[in-house]
Design a protein around this ligand. Structure first.
Ligand code: AMP
Length: 402
């Protein structure tokens, strides 16, 4: 793992500390509808403020468009209501500046006392943020004495607040970033073997790089969800009306060959839950994948396949998981995902398995199975988690290297 400094290496008292956080939370009618990301940054804010640091929060929100600040600064993409919600969770007031650079920001920073917290307006109200522009980065850097990055979810972007600042100021990983990096390292960097990866979800096309990287790193790769259908088709199985990228069967065969050469076992479902309609509780049956009717769709791994995955998992020491094994939003096609998630949680609980899950729907799936808290680590980072699974070096993480 790349070496990085943590908050343990920082003496924050009296210092102005620019803390890059993830405030990109879902909102409806001005209210935060899921505060998970806000809760995750509380340890870093409390640590720094508790030790007398002057905490200056930096974050982006949404995707503002336009050339100038005036064009980009739409009230619907202001961080102000998010800062209010965060202050409620923190149990401490958070000051707000209507611009992340310039006189507004400078005045607000100058007014900060030790142990106080300030949130600066959406960094993406400036075009220079996404361009990692030198003048914009320098203007941000002038506001602080040190830089802390606690936003792993934005670390796959080389933006001013996620990467550029680390080149201007002494840089540290926040508590959540630190936990995330350690968990990811335990899962794929230097894992205890044998390692299983489960990759599910809708399509192979979105996860080609990820599959290519994993077969070279893990001992067993379980392919589930809609993407398994493309692999089954590549093995000559008739998948009926299932979601299947027939144009990628050659690619699927290449991935299988690469896995074989690397000594990685690929597990595909041997049986499945089949239905003719994509909806909750339709008429359905469990059957071997070799007997899919022309009108039928594979919508979940079947009971035998689920047993095989769970039995295999029992002999593993590490699990890394992205993507559901079936159309888990529709019952009963959540069955395999729920059963495997619970088995992983039980093994983790018994101290036999390190389990890391993440990326988009996976968080929803493990929460649906009721085991979000029971796995070793669940990453809420979408794109960054996937890029990490693809084996890419994340610029925001690289920039922290000590
Ligand atoms: P992803 O975002 O690639 O992880 O894909 C997640 C989506 O894949 C979920 O919405 C699932 O409903 C969907 N999915 C998983 N398995 C299947 C399947 N067998 N057929 C259709 N959709 C599926």
């Amino acid at each position: 793992m790349t070496a990085f400094k943590t908050l343990d290496d920082l003496a924050p008292k009296g210092k102005r500390i620019l803390v890059r956080v993830d405030l990109n939370v879902p909102m409806e009618n001005g209210q935060v509808t899921d505060a998970t990301r806000l809760e995750r940054i509380l340890p870093t804010i409390r640590d720094l403020a508790g030790r007398g640091g002057r905490v200056i929060l930096l974050a982006h929100f949404g995707r503002p468009k336009g050339e100038t600040f005036e064009e980009r600064a739409s009230p619907g993409e202001s961080l102000r209501p998010v800062a209010v919600a965060l202050a409620g969770l923190l149990g401490q007031p958070i000051a707000f500046a209507g611009n992340c650079i310039g006189p507004d920001a400078e005045t607000a920073v100058a007014a900060l006392g030790d142990g106080e917290v300030l949130c600066l307006e959406n960094t993406r109200f400036h075009k220079g943020e996404e361009k990692n522009d030198a003048a914009f980065t320098a203007a941000l850097a002038a506001l602080g004495d040190a830089y802390v990055n606690d936003a792993f979810s934005a670390a796959h972007r080389a933006h001013a607040s996620t990467e550029g600042l680390a080149r201007h100021l002494p840089a540290y990983a926040g508590r959540t970033m630190e936990a995330e990096l350690r968990a990811l390292d335990a899962a794929l960097g230097a894992p205890t073997r044998p390692v299983m990866a489960i990759v599910g979800g809708a399509k192979v096309s979105t996860k080609l790089d990820l599959l290519g990287n994993l077969v070279a790193k893990v001992d067993c790769l379980v392919i589930g969800g809609g993407m398994a259908n493309t692999f089954l088709a590549a093995r000559g199985v008739n998948v009926g009306k299932s979601l299947c990228e027939h144009d990628l069967v050659a690619t699927a065969r290449e991935i299988e060959a690469k896995a074989k050469a690397a000594g990685c076992e690929i597990l595909l479902p041997t049986d499945a839950l089949l239905a003719k309609e994509f909806k909750a509780n339709p008429l359905h049956r469990a059957a071997p994948v070799t007997s899919v009717g022309p009108e039928e769709m594979i919508l979940d791994a079947g009971p035998t396949a689920t047993e095989i995955i769970i039995a295999k998992l029992d002999s593993m020491k590490t699990l890394v998981w992205n993507g559901p094994l079936g159309a888990f939003e529709l019952q009963p096609f959540d069955t395999a995902t729920v059963a495997v998630a619970r088995a992983a949680a039980a093994l983790t609980n018994a101290g036999k398995l390190v389990s890391v899950a993440g990326g988009g729907d996976t968080v929803a799936a493990v929460n649906h199975a009721g085991v979000g808290e029971a796995l070793s680590y669940v990453s809420t980072a979408g794109g960054a988690f996937l890029e990490w699974m693809e084996g890419k070096e994340l610029p925001g993480v690289k920039a922290l290297s000590a």
